[in-house]
Ligand binder design. Structure first.
Ligand code: ZN
Length: 283
């Protein structure tokens, strides 16, 4: 998303044995075509933090030309100081300091894919899961219980803002197969309305609580324009409440391509297991 160029000029003077070198950098946002200045890149407090990194590296952190010539490399941020002299900080060192425009997300359908789904939230544990999704640049689907959405509106909004999908897990975790068609419809539409109102998201899928589904449920959901989605890997996280066992339930599956993993966003242990599951799957 960001293109960085560095130009170096070397000048020979008749009165000096060594050439004088001058460096200039240019950075542009490919999406907008605009040249970037260093402050475009900074999160709140980012400049102070980077000046501190410079001080730690033995530089005079008060100098005014620190950020005159900078560029982004594959590994991190490079600051050109005097001539060709440069100092580089890795993205890991710069965590929380830079807001780098990300490339638009693309999915390569020829690569293996797996869907992570989290039911029964939102809850106080959902934020932890969202932190992980954000950190690893992963999207998941949250099948939410409608009557919880307004209480965790900020969490639900953040889930949408991060590009996650919000699905419907009924208004009150109702077993749909014992309800009348109009009750099924109400369980679905009330939840979709709450997601729209409090999270600003649109729902496309319904996961029936307990996976309980019959022809009536399918028909009602279909008429309302929703698809039904159950799962192919049940982590049993609600039962074991054990991060190691939850991780193992995914790790032990032979062919993960195309699988849908069922988890619940209301348990600490599930968030803990997700810390392990995501990097393992990415690897
Ligand atoms: Zn559920």
């Amino acid at each position: 998303r960001v293109v960085s160029l560095v130009a170096t000029a070397s000048m020979n003077h008749s009165h000096s044995a060594l050439p004088a070198t001058k460096t200039a950098t240019f950075n542009a946002d490919r999406e907008t075509g605009k040249l970037l200045v260093f402050k475009d890149l900074l999160k709140d407090g980012g400049e102070t933090a980077i000046r501190q990194l410079c001080a730690d590296a033995g530089l005079d952190s008060t100098r005014t030309d620190l950020f005159d010539n900078w560029l982004l490399t594959a590994a991190g941020l490079r600051l050109y100081l005097d001539g060709e002299q440069a100092i580089e900080f890795t993205y890991a060192q710069l965590r929380g300091m830079l807001a780098i425009p990300k490339p638009p997300r693309t999915i390569d359908p020829s690569k293996p894919m797996i869907a992570l789904t989290f039911d029964d939230g939102p809850s106080q544990n959902t934020s932890h899961i969202l932190d992980l999704l954000e950190e690893y640049d992963v999207r998941a689907t949250f099948f939410v219980v409608g009557n919880r959405v307004s209480s965790y509106a900020d969490t639900a909004k953040r889930a949408v803002a991060l590009g996650n999908e919000i699905g419907i897990h009924t208004w009150e975790h109702a077993k749909l197969t014992v309800l009348q068609p109009e009750e099924i419809a109400s369980q679905i539409t009330r939840t979709a309305d709450a997601v729209k109102e409090y999270a600003g998201g649109t729902c496309a899928a319904v996961r029936p609580p307990g996976g309980a589904c019959d022809d009536t449920v399918k028909q009602v959901a279909g008429q309302l324009g929703y698809i039904l989605v159950n799962w192919s890997i049940d982590t049993l996280d609600w039962k074991t409440r054990n991060a190691k066992k939850i991780f193992k339930s995914v790790k032990s599956v032979k062919n993960l391509d195309g699988k849908i993993v069922l988890m619940h966003s209301i348990h600490d242990e599930t968030a803990e297991a997700t810390e392990k599951i995501i990097p393992w799957l990415q690897k």
